[in-house]
Design a protein around this ligand. Sequence first.
Ligand code: G4P
Length: 531
Amino acid sequence: MQQHDLLDEIRRRRTFAIISHPDAGKTTLTEKLLLYGGAIRLAGSVKSRRAQKHAVSDWMEIEKQRGISVTSSVLQFNYDGYCINILDTPGHQDFSEDTYRTLMAADSAVMVIDCAKGVEEQTKKLFHVCKMRGIPIFTFINKLDRAGKDPFELMEEIEKVLGIKSYPMNWPIGTDGNFKGVYNRKKRQIELFSEGNHGQSQVTTMVGDVTDDKLKGLLGQDLHKQLMEEIELLDMAGDDFNIHEILTGELTPIFFGSAMTNFGVQPFLESFLRITNPPSPRNSNQGEIDPETENFTGFIFKIQANMNPTHRDRIAFLRICSGKFTKGMQVNHVQENKKVRLSQPQQFMAQDRVVVEEAYAGDIIGIHDPGIFRIGDTLCENQDKIVYEGIPVFAPEHFAKIYAKNSMKRKQFLKGISQLAEEGAIQVFKRPNIGVEELIVGVVGALQFEVLEYRLQNEYGVVINMQQLPYRYIRWVEMKDFDPENFGVTMDTLIVEDEDEKPVLLFQNEWSIERVKERNPKAILKEISRR
Ligand code: G4P
């Protein structure tokens, strides 16, 4: 392949995650992006939307029973010369550590906010992970077809609650059930949408200058006057558009729209693709690696077990960071210092899994894992020994004590636990001096407990007893000569150690965290740990 072909392929990649609180409209917006990308013809026509939600990954019985998607998937499609990879993050109430890890593979994020609800809990958590990475964050304020908060109020809320500057790229015309279109601030023009067939197909747009009499007439005197006043206020009082601040995640461009009716979806997509970045360099033990380097490199950010229950296979999800991947290529598994042939790589197109012949930096592929990969592993072409910066271990928020009901099954129990921990489905902690007799399991979303119970029974034949614990907060302790006997904690705090035997504190409330900090001024308490 010519060098310039490789560069063209990499530069047209846009890999992003959509983050939101459940019900803000992430699934709907994803579907509409697929609709505009031509990947599906009529929104909702392939399957009913709800069915589609779990059709993407209906491999696990628990997902079918609950009608939700436990795992995240990756969708690829082309639009206007761009090759788009959407990393879909589990959006239900009980999301897992995988949701956070998926963000490690994204180059930017789109944050969907419900205009009536504003910034919600899960959005905040996901936002902070994106912020920690310093990736660009775009905001799509959704459901403008319905009654919602005032657009200025929403802007202020984003800035105050999330601590990020904002710049509205467009401004809604008509709110509270009277959404007619948007004012495009860059082009200084009005874009009016016409009623479609309930969002099933693309909407037509009427575009014109803000002074155009015909458009003025269509809007009516009052709405036009209000718009002119709001534009003036925005221009005077708001932050300036600053591309550098957008690309470093300090300023979020805001778009207003309605995913359900398709209003504002296309202007968002086009503007987003133009502004957001192609695959960016990544930190490694050899410094930053440029995605346009010819040699293939990538890292594993997620491992999913038993996608096909009859084969008991595992799929490792690999983010390609540089160069080109070809099917059957032999790569260096750096952490294990072994050669591996990648023979059945898969990619995820809309709802289908297909075998991928070639892929480029920015793409995500699923590779067969016979049990040799771990989250964070690097794969490289040739003799390269690049190791990408590890994937953080995120703070679990739910904890339980577990043991096998039948003590004869201890061996299988420990094997199952250790494999599930390796996959990153759970985190395991021990009490110092007690060891594996009593294991404490931590998860990011409470649903993972059910997954754990189900999988231990179905895959390892172990029935467990589980006792949920009242802890909600975790802190890794960084301190020279940490001594659990002499470390000052409150009555309701538990000292444990993680799988790497690092000291960890489990707290029931934030008050205790503050007291422990006061009593141990030499200790640094961290919310996220790196392996
Ligand atoms: P999520 O993935 O973020 O959880 O949200 P999802 O897209 O599933 O949307 C949640 C609900 O909000 C859905 O309604 C969906 O139709 C609705 N919705 C999404 N975008 C818009 C919008 O722009 N305007 C309005 N008015 N509603 C929107 P539901 O009743 O839960 O599901 P369904 O019966 O529509 O499938």
